[in-house]
Write a protein that binds this ligand. Structure first.
Ligand code: C5P
Length: 299
């Protein structure tokens, strides 16, 4: 017996970052959009908790208890007084340490899969509370679609999406550490008064109407300068995509994946081809949004 859950990647169409809080986190107005690149997480009974991973970047994925999938199984089991005796297999297609919430996706996927395998029937709210314990982006991986994340990003308000958006993601060589990017954000803003983060009404409206040109005009990421400061070569990737016809380009979350919004599927294919030919990224992937959240695909 096994349970497999499919979980999407995300891009932040707005990432407004406030000043550092006493707990080290930053208050956010974080507009998440789930995109159609997926990891699949399969759990089955085993003598003890073990993890394997397959996929092009599998060698960069930790297979110990630091993996969010393992922590999800442990937290859920502890809450129910049982042992987390499962084998977790991750089929990884989301870039690792890329700013697309791949690790968070695996945490949400393992949580939903273990809940089904163990027949626990946890409510959505119980699962979301464990997701928030696992990390700021994990609740969104469970929910998918589009949502505004406030607090440190874990308090979600679901948003309406009025049409399909076509994206290209340029995958960089090597990852960026999220804490390092936030630390660089703090360094770049030292001494400055960082305004409280607020969601952009124009951006929410563009999502609701499904208008790609309006969404392109309102995309913002306050972590972009920090990611570019740590990885200056991303500037060339961004300009390659816009020269090839993307409506807009930005760093995805804390990077180093860069995201390109295009007007339609054909344009996405040609932007992806230009990015791959340019040598400014490792590969480029086309994906459509919004994608569904974590979903059981076999049980
Ligand atoms: O919540 P998560 O474990 O994904 O956060 C990873 C790191 O990213 C935190 O330790 C912190 O350095 C940074 N972070 C932050 N503010 C947030 C979310 C994350 O400073 N709202």
């Amino acid at each position: 017996m096994s349970v497999t859950v499919r979980v999407p990647a995300k891009v932040n169409v707005q990432l407004a970052v406030g000043g550092a809080r006493p707990d080290g986190f930053h208050d956010l107005a974080n507009v998440f959009l789930a995109v159609g690149l997926y990891d699949e997480v399969t759990v089955r009974p085993a003598p003890s908790l073990t993890i394997t991973c397959a996929g092009p970047d599998a060698d960069q994925v930790p297979l110990d208890r630091t993996n969010l999938a393992a922590r999800a199984a442990e937290l859920l089991a502890a809450r129910h007084g049982i042992s987390p005796d499962v084998h977790i297999h991750i089929d990884k297609d989301i870039p690792v340490a890329g700013g697309m919430a791949g690790g968070s996706a695996d945490g949400a996927g393992a949580l939903l899969a273990c809940d089904a395998l163990w027949g626990l029937g946890s409510s959505r709210d119980e699962l979301l509370a464990i997701c928030a314990q696992l990390g700021s982006d994990v609740p969104f991986s469970l929910v998918g679609g589009a949502a505004l994340g406030t607090g440190r990003g874990e308090q979600l308000t679901e948003l309406t999406v009025g049409g399909a958006f076509h994206w290209v993601f340029a995958v960089a060589d090597g990852g960026l550490s999220t804490p390092a990017v936030y630390a660089e954000f703090d360094r770049l803003n030292e001494g400055a008064a960082v305004p409280p983060p607020v969601a952009s009404p124009a951006l929410l409206d563009a999502l609701a109407t499904g208008d790609a040109a309006s969404l392109a005009a309102s995309l913002t990421n306050d972590l972009q300068s920090a990611a570019l400061s740590l990885r200056p070569s991303l500037a060339a990737t961004l300009s390659t995509g816009t020269s090839a016809g993307a409506l807009a380009a930005l760093v995805s979350g804390s990077g180093p994946t860069t995201a390109f919004l295009t007007k339609d599927e054909d344009s996405a294919e040609s932007v992806a081809a230009a990015l791959m030919a340019s040598g400014t990224c490792r590969t480029a992937r086309v994906a459509r949004a919004a994608a569904a959240g974590a979903t059981i695909v076999n049980a």
